[in-house]
Design a protein around this ligand. Structure first.
Ligand SMILES: Nc1ncnc2c1ncn2[C@@H]1O[C@H](COP(=O)(O)OP(=O)(O)OP(=O)(O)O)[C@@H](O)[C@H]1O
Length: 660
């Protein structure tokens, strides 16, 4: 569906909201009548005819004349101008102040956010009428001043709303995707997030408009708004109050005008709220840099790949921690060291919660605030990342590393065409014209196997199937011609045949471009099929690493063996699948000694107490973290007899074997 088609669908849905349409018509009519007041009546709204004082409704004065002989209908019409202008002023001030401040406060967080929020709390703790009286006393009376105060007060709620929306939008994968593509912060904020949070802001603006009309009426009624004899709905009510005992009727015209306008605008707001049914969960996030840690004090780096190939990614002593309610701060990834060569695929495997994603994302500075990432070294090729500032990280991420996430549809901005997003990713790190960017986008789409590439650039993400959307993500990741591709469970959300196609694509891209691929997966079948080397993670630590052929046939760690045991095979076996009892403990509950000891069938006393180091086997291609690795003879895949290759036909053929 094109942008125009999307808009017409929105309009069609809006037109189906009968109530909203009727109220829009009524409000429009009131607004038009007010604006065209000079054309509709010959009376002066502020000058009366003495003889007409308190005249009843008649052919001359349709709604009668007030105590000064002024035509009531004329005053209602002109009063509408005042009300609408006042509401526009307040809402404009609220949006002009609240939106940018809310965007920036939500996006940068930190001290700026704290200061802004304290100011908001301060302003909102004072009733607006008190504030209006104080300001008018200071700067003089007048509706413009009074409504400016209203606008500032409203700006505080807009600011809060926008800030909350930005905080939650920052949690969305498409924002990570944009950061990874090297798109700058302001562009993400004003070009993408703002567009996505527009619906709630529009609804809020509509509702504020209605309350601003009531605010104008209240201020004018109290004599703080328009000066007498200027017609306004509030001042008319005030006037009518003087003659209410003689003629109650004069309260009705301004009252009905206020009632209809406020109710109408509120109904429009509610209708819009229904139309924009998008909801975003609230969260806290901000980009994090990698803090340098002392070198040479961490665990050894295992060298599972071919040492002759150039190193594409090397991580030494990577640790990540988060604040914890009870435990102060918990380390969720501890001292991880990895080396990956060009043209190789390294798979990071482990049960859910073992720390795979945090490991991969922290290397790229994509761990959320208030997480803390430290590393002795993270090198992409020859470039050191640890210690770089945000801009440095962004340029590395955008130019040297491509990232593909698990949920391709969630990783793309739903409000832009994929062509738009591709173009943005390409121009973020290449100085090319729009036409050239389109040509590159088509070329990349063709390369990743998207049929009718040129045509499909005009489509929105939701028009792609999961598999095709993942190809789009891969194409975006390739747009910077990365040295390293990080793929976080790229096939988990896809069905088995599509999984296979996406894997084949990744492998062929690796072969063709000589990229290094860091693939996070639950699926040992995937590992067996595509990986050169494997790193097994358990409870925040690497427990075993090495070439996949060796680790799978001769595991050295009971956890690796447990994972392999729980994989379905091509055998005609009957009975339940083996599983690892228990679940991965929460980071705050990790023991000092072996993290796996509680679930390990081979655990002995020596496993508790002291931290277990990762030990390099003599040829340095393998590392294992087990005090009994030298003595245990654990069966690998080859030991299960013929036909024991792991299979991926089963939906549950991944390693969450221990889940209850
Ligand atoms: N923002 C965060 N704040 C606090 N703890 C976090 C945060 N993100 C992750 N963690 C914790 O870090 C640990 C590792 O999480 P991670 O997502 O890396 O696991 P995983 O192995 O990738 O699991 P899965 O396969 O389910 O994605 C978990 O215990 C998780 O609760």
């Amino acid at each position: 569906m094109s942008a125009a088609a999307g808009r017409s669908r929105f309009v069609a849905r809006a037109l189906r909201q009968r109530g909203m349409l009727v109220w829009s018509g009524i409000v429009l009519l009131i607004a038009l009548a007010s604006v065209c007041a000079p054309l509709l009546t010959d009376f002066d709204p502020n000058v009366g005819v003495f003889g007409d004082s308190m005249a009843a409704p008649s052919a001359e004065h349709w709604l009668g004349a007030d105590r000064y002989g002024r035509d009531v209908l004329t005053r209602v019409l002109y009063g509408g101008q005042v009300a609408l202008l006042a509401a526009v002023e307040a809402v404009a001030i609220a949006l002009a102040l609240g939106v940018p401040l809310g965007l920036v406060a939500g996006y940068v967080s930190g001290w700026f956010d704290k200061i802004v929020m304290r100011v908001v709390d301060g302003v909102m703790s004072v009733p607006f009428l008190v504030l209006a009286i104080a300001v008018i006393a200071a700067i003089g009376p007048g509706l413009a001043n009074a409504m400016a105060v209203v606008g500032v007060v409203y700006a505080m709620s807009v600011l809060r709303l926008v800030r909350g929306e930005v905080l939650s939008a920052k949690e969305e994968l498409y924002v990570d995707g944009l950061k990874v593509s090297g798109v700058s912060g302001p562009k993400i904020l004003f070009g993408h997030i703002l567009r996505n949070i527009a619906p709630p802001v529009i609804v809020q603006a509509t509702l504020m408009f209605a309350t601003a009309i009531v605010a104008e009426a209240t201020l004018s009624y109290l004599g703080l708004g328009v000066p007498q004899p200027t017609a306004s709905w509030g001042s008319m009510l005030s006037d009518a109050q003087h003659t209410i005992r003689e003629n109650f009727f004069f309260v009705i015209p301004p009252g009905v005008a206020i009632f209809l306008t406020v109710l109408g605008v509120n109904q429009i707001g509610e209708g819009l709220r229904d139309l924009f049914s998008r909801e975003i969960a609230v969260g806290r996030l901000g980009l994090n840099v990698v803090h340098p840690a002392p070198r040479g004090q961490g665990e050894p780096v295992v060298e599972p790949g071919e040492p002759d190939r150039p190193v594409a990614l090397e991580v030494e002593g990577l640790s990540v921690s988060f604040p914890h309610q009870d435990a102060g701060r918990v380390t969720v990834v501890r001292d991880v060291s990895l080396r990956l060569h060009r043209g190789e695929v390294l798979c990071l495997v482990g049960e859910s919660g073992s720390g795979k994603s945090v490991t991969a994302m922290s290397m790229l500075g994509l761990v959320s605030h208030p997480g803390t990432v430290t590393a002795a070294s993270i090198r992409i090729g020859d470039d050191e990342i640890s210690g770089l500032d945000f801009a440095g990280m962004r340029s590395i991420r955008g130019n040297r590393v491509g990232v593909v996430f698990q949920d391709p549809l969630g990783s793309l901005n739903p409000t832009f065409t994929v062509g738009n997003q591709m173009r943005e990713a390409i121009t973020a790190h290449r100085d090319v014209s729009r036409a050239e960017a389109d040509r590159i986008a088509v070329e990349l789409f063709e390369r990743v196997g998207i049929p009718r590439a040129a045509e499909r650039l005009a489509d929105y993400p939701f028009q792609f199937s999961g598999g095709m959307a993942q190809r789009v993500m891969i194409a975006m990741a390739l747009s910077c011609d990365p040295d390293v591709l990080v793929a976080d469970e790229p096939t988990t959300a896809l069905d088995v045949t599509v999984q296979q196609q996406v894997l084949d694509l990744l492998v062929s891209l690796r072969d063709e471009r000589g990229m290094a691929v860091l693939l996070i997966t639950h699926d040992l079948g995937v590992v067996a099929e595509v990986a050169d080397s494997v790193a097994v993670m358990y409870a925040g630590q690497l427990v075993e690493t090495g070439p996949v052929s060796e680790v799978f046939t001769r595991p050295r760690h009971p956890y690796t063996q447990g994972l392999l045991d729980s994989v379905p095979r091509n055998e005609l076996a009957t009975g339940p699948l083996a599983s690892i009892p228990g679940v991965v403990p929460q980071p705050a509950d990790w023991p000092d000694g072996c993290h796996f000891a509680d679930r390990c069938p081979f655990a002995v006393d020596a496993c508790g107490g002291e931290p277990v180091p990762l030990v390099l086997l003599p040829d340095r291609t393998r590392g294992v973290r087990c005090v009994r690795s030298g003595e245990l003879d654990l069966p690998g895949l080859g030991d299960h007899g013929p036909g024991t290759e792991p299979v991926r036909e089963h939906a549950d053929s991944h390693v969450e074997a221990g889940r209850p």
